[in-house]
Design a protein around this ligand. Sequence first.
Ligand code: COA
Length: 323
Amino acid sequence: MIAGIGAAVPAGIMTNADFERTLDTSDQWIVERTGIRERHIAGPTETLLSFTLVAARLAMERAGVTAADLDGIVFATVTPDRRLPSAACDLQAQLGATRAWAFDVVAACPGWLFGLSIAEGLMRAGLGDTILVIGAEKLSSITDYEDRSTAILFGDGAGAAILTRAKGDGRGMLASYMGSDGTLAPLLYIPGAGSAEPLTDQVLRDKKHLVKMAGREVFKAAVLAMSRATDEAIGRAGLPPEAIDLLIPHQANLRIIEATAKHAGISMDKVMVNLDRYGNTSSASIPLALQQAEAEGRLKPGMVAMLVSFGAGFTWASVVVRW
Ligand code: COA
């Protein structure tokens, strides 16, 4: 079960009006096509770990656990501060979680849901009782701020959860599902700066180290992936759509969220939306929304939430939890 959740974002905010000054775009276009109004962007001295640490400590505090209690750390990110070692190992060192194993998960936006399912599986395999699951991104480090079709979408942020064994009171993870389709990789990817084409001046000049996206095609694939993930979640949990108290979808685009809710037969008043304030924060998106839903009293103990996400890969995932 999720025993505690925490979230943190860098203080700096970039509004749609800020983009109007540098790109051929408008607040009206961005709001109408995406629903996003502003996003938090890390300053030059802020690292991924700096705001992830805040989220992790909040989650631990909420769960009433200390670093010494952690058996493991699963860190979902596509924007680690450095390539080696993992962000999870850096976090383990900063927290002083000396007993914990630690590794990263690369599954793009649904990475945190992948992380939850992996952690639950490891727990079942006897590899831990208290696991910290992080979803955190500094997407500003891989965003092309001269490309109006992607620059306006992304934000930075971190979410964290402490996963512990269910207490047998019905609360906990009721179902989980993960899917991938690597043939869709060219729709959303970073072409260079990996081992096939290591970082050179030419790679930098060609901006091959930054995200490229075929927006319209991603949109269509996203609606299909989200629909499939909600169907699987509902089916695996053995619950009718009416039993879902709150849908917490990946915060990429309001129109994708609306299409997902409609497909699942869930009315928009039961859907958590906060992309207007954060934009798309990839793996941090769901834990940020979950934390806000709990803080606002929209998610209370005993309620059922369906978490569903899609992203580059293509990847998609869903988890149903009784809070
Ligand atoms: N401001 C103004 N115009 C913009 C713009 C912006 N920020 N970005 C793109 N446009 C323009 C395009 O250049 C295009 O112009 P053209 O008709 O002259 O060629 C026009 O708007 C329509 O572009 P299109 O890509 O069809 O728009 P859209 O309605 O599909 O919206 C996205 C674009 C990116 C907002 C939308 O496709 C989307 O959200 N896709 C999913 C992206 C996503 O979720 N990615 C993350 C996955 S985890």
